[in-house]
Write a protein that binds this ligand. Structure first.
Ligand SMILES: [Zn+2]
Length: 117
């Protein structure tokens, strides 16, 4: 049982989530604007499509990050933030500071990595 509460990390995650959400809203607005008819010029058309693809990719990775942040915040709320979801051991605080979205202790993460490669 640790007495650490993760107020600092929680504040950071909440701030990050907020700025990401703002950015995602902006991207969505851009994408909606780009929904109009494409330029008649085929070179410009290619550029427009490329921009849209980049924005869509940014949107996807941003949404994934928001999801990870939400999950980390839920774990903080539930008091299981520093508990490895695999083996139940404590995750080192240094590891959480470096990788605030992780839900695995270093041993399980190393093992998962070895299995995936
Ligand atoms: Zn573990």
């Amino acid at each position: 049982m640790t007495t650490t509460n993760f107020e600092d990390i929680k504040r950071e995650l909440e701030a990050k989530k907020k700025s990401l959400t703002t950015r995602l809203n902006k991207i969505n607005r851009h994408l909606r604007q780009a929904d109009g008819p494409l330029s008649a010029d085929s070179q410009e058309q290619a550029q427009e499509l490329e921009n849209e693809e980049v924005l869509q990719a940014l949107g996807t990775s941003g949404r994934e990050e928001v999801k990870k942040i939400s999950m980390a915040l839920q774990r903080i709320e539930a008091g299981t933030y520093n508990e490895c979801s695999e083996c139940g051991d404590d995750i080192a605080e240094r590891r959480l500071q470096a990788l605030p979205y992780t839900h695995l202790c270093i041993e399980c993460a190393t093992e998962a990595e070895a299995n995936s490669s």
